[in-house]
Design a binder for this molecule. Structure first.
Ligand SMILES: [Ca+2]
Ligand SMILES: [Ca+2]
Length: 235
């Protein structure tokens, strides 16, 4: 019985490692000079020991409320999404190149470097929910434009190639935001292009546990159950 418990512990630990976090930073491509715009940090997945510690840095004359750096802890202090207002420089471009960390074993993980171009003047367009003052009236996303409820419709996962599978997801309501966007890339356990993607079809019952990692969790639970059964039968 001790062995069985040990096995369950090992399986759950492996599942925890596979069920990794996804941390994203969304920034507009282009903003007007001295214009305020919003940087959105989002986390999906399960936290490690502490939350996700974010240390982002901006260069090129743009500034966070506290200067060139933004620091925050998602999942513990700030929830799963944090929006920070950044003031653009008066010309040129700004680069973001910070990092995040959620576990001392993985250390600091760099965000992809992101460049925001600063247009020569604020170009007036219809205000949409994108973290930018589109209509140049010094207000970001005003008139409830962000009340649009995202409604994502996703294709089936592709078959498992190189331990990864992908799918396309489309927002039926065309809100222009990606706060609720489901994962479009996930790791899978098929080995060399095998049938893991097909196997996942039978694990959909585990979606009630985790929408994004149901396949791994389902396989883990079934695998753990089988090991337990085998060990009990050997007694
Ligand atoms: Ca506006
Ligand atoms: Ca806007």
């Amino acid at each position: 019985m001790k062995k069985a418990i040990l096995w369950m512990f090992v399986i759950l630990t492996v599942m925890q490692l596979v069920t990794a976090l996804t941390v994203t930073r969304d920034v507009a491509q282009s903003v007007g000079p001295n214009q305020d715009f919003i940087v959105t940090y989002s986390v999906t997945g399960v936290s490690g020991k502490w939350g996700v510690v974010i240390e982002d840095i901006v260069h090129g004359g743009c500034s966070f409320p506290a200067g060139t750096k933004y620091g925050g802890v998602l999942l513990s202090d700030e929830g799963t999404t944090k929006q920070v207002t950044v003031r653009a420089a008066n010309a040129g471009s700004c680069q973001f190149d910070g990092n995040y960390m959620y576990d001392e074993t993985t250390g600091e993980i760099a965000f992809p470097t992101k460049t925001v171009n600063i247009a020569s003047a604020c170009v007036i367009s219809t205000e949409i929910c994108d973290g930018v003052d589109n209509d140049c009236d010094s207000q970001i996303d005003e008139n409830n434009v962000c009340d649009c409820k995202e409604n994502w419709n996703c294709d089936e996962w592709s078959s498992c190639v190189n331990n990864q599978q992908a799918r396309d997801c489309t927002d039926i309501n065309k809100c222009g935001t990606t706060f609720q966007k489901p994962l479009v890339l996930q790791s899978c356990t098929a080995g060399n292009g095998g049938t893991g993607g097909d196997l996942c079809k039978y694990m959909e019952w585990a979606k009630s546990i985790s929408e994004n990692n149901y396949c791994v969790i389902g396989l883990g639970i079934i695998g753990g159950g089988l090991v337990l059964l085998l060990l009990l039968m050997r007694k």
